[in-house]
Design a protein around this ligand. Structure first.
Ligand code: MEV
Length: 425
């Protein structure tokens, strides 16, 4: 039926079917992730080798449709591998969930009984937390927040959680819904409350994707002299200063910060996707974090001091290596295997290192050759593939476009002329 929306329904149908998995069971798994699926949407699955992270070598899986990203990540990783690699640390793993509710009574009375409420919430959710506690996680804290100065009768129960190797959305949301039931029951049955005080209106229960206490740091550093020389006759010291200024610009100016952070997310999203994690959650959180002091700024920082070049990134990354799609998606499972089945914390470190590598590669190009040179090289490769250029033809085209501006029509004209001349020879 849906194919009738297309001009060539039969051809479109054949095309859609061509992307179905040949194994029906595998296709059923993919279909199960969503609704109304009619086919699969293939994306390139690439590998970025040469990542040395805390002394261990990784080949990082990346799912991304933008050319140059994987090449840039691999190139930056190789550059830093020769300079000690990436060093990472986990700054926190706490996740947050909220029960938003309305209650019309005296605020101080609510605070007065909150310890009892909290005890009840923890008791009632014990069954749900038992397994997580056995794994070393669970509920870390339960707080009452008062928003009545902004909205009449509005309060929040803010839960803090440690969800071990899972991203934890289901765990947190289930507990929050249990909290809501317990909260209602508490006020309904408490002796010292009467009338409207007995009624709690639950507005909603949901985890927060903002996790400013689930943060990883990735950094690279080396003596300035060890940075080497760069195209255009730029020496190490000049490069370091230009690079640092480029990062500073992304601190000062939100227009630049957005593009700067987009480059970081080129790397981050690609690994998040390849490992079956939720890239929307990661992006939403990262951008909120980037604006945590009231202005949207660069997520990475750079210092050039005492003869050392340092470049680092601190970013919240709520990811999992169990649960969700991580083990269900056949390729996500392979990605995790490729990364030696990391814990969630190790995956946070790998993802942050990839984001930092991506950011380094982008800034290195921007402050030296400009971004288009590398992009055009990739663009040229794609155009040559479209024209089925032979190795010899490709070499000739590359030679010609070393100094000329690459465009689709330019390459087409050059190839046509070259082919015509070769056929006459
Ligand atoms: C392109 O996808 C990403 C860059 O624009 C990032 C940046 O400007 O830092 C190159």
């Amino acid at each position: 039926m849906v194919e009738t929306f297309f001009k060539q329904p039969d051809a479109v149908m054949r095309e859609l079917v061509s992307y179905w998995h040949e194994n029906e069971e595998q296709q059923a798994i993919l279909d199960g992730f969503s609704e109304n699926t009619i086919s699969n949407f293939p994306m390139p699955y690439g590998l970025a080798p040469n990542f040395l992270i805390d002394g261990k070598a990784y080949c990082v899986p990346m799912v991304i449709e933008e050319s140059s990203v994987v090449a840039a990540a691999s190139s930056a990783a190789k550059y830093w591998m020769a300079r000690g690699g990436f060093k990472t640390s986990i700054l926190g793993v706490t996740k947050i969930g909220q029960v938003h509710f309305k209650w019309s009574g005296n605020t101080s009375k609510l605070y007065h009984v909150f310890d009892q409420v909290k005890e009840q919430l923890l008791k009632d959710s014990a069954d749900l937390t038992q397994k997580m506690e056995e794994r070393g996680g669970g509920i870390l804290n339960v707080e009452l927040l008062d928003f009545t100065d902004q909205e009449p009768n509005l309060y929040q129960i803010k839960g803090s959680f440690h969800t071990c190797d899972s991203m934890g959305a289901n765990f947190i949301n289930s507990i929050l819904e249990q909290f809501a039931e317990s909260l209602k029951h508490f006020f309904l049955t408490a002796d010292n409350f009467e009338g409207d005080e007995k009624d709690v209106l639950i507005i909603m229960c949901i985890l927060s994707n903002y996790t400013p206490e689930c943060v990883v740091r990735a950094e690279v550093e080396c003596p300035i002299d060890a940075l080497g020389n760069f195209p255009g006759g730029i020496n190490a010291q000049a490069f370091a200063e230009k690079f640092k200024t480029a990062v500073k610009i992304a601190h000062i100016d939100p227009y630049r910060a957005t593009t700067h952070n987009k480059g970081i997310f080129n790397g981050i999203d690609a690994v998040v996707l390849a490992t079956g994690n939720d890239f929307r959650a990661i992006e939403a959180c990262g951008h909120t974090y980037a604006a945590r002091d009231g202005q949207y700024r660069s997520l990475s920082e750079c210092s050039v001091e005492n003869g050392m070049f340092k470049f680092w990134l601190e970013i919240p990354l709520a990811v999992g290596t169990v649960g969700g799609l991580t083990k269900l998606h056949p390729m996500a499972k392979r990605s995790l295997e490729l990364l030696d089945n990391p814990s969630a914390e190790t995956l946070m470190k790998i993802i942050a290192a990839t984001g930092l590598a991506q950011n380094f590669a982008a800034l290195r190009s921007l402050v030296t050759t400009g971004i288009q040179k590398g992009h055009m090289k990739m663009h040229l490769k794609n155009i040559l593939a479209q024209f089925n250029a032979t190795v010899e033809e490709s070499d000739k085209v590359r030679e010609h476009f070393e100094t000329a501006v690459v465009s689709y029509s330019g390459v087409r004209d050059f190839l046509e002329k070259y082919r015509l001349e070769s056929s006459k020879a």
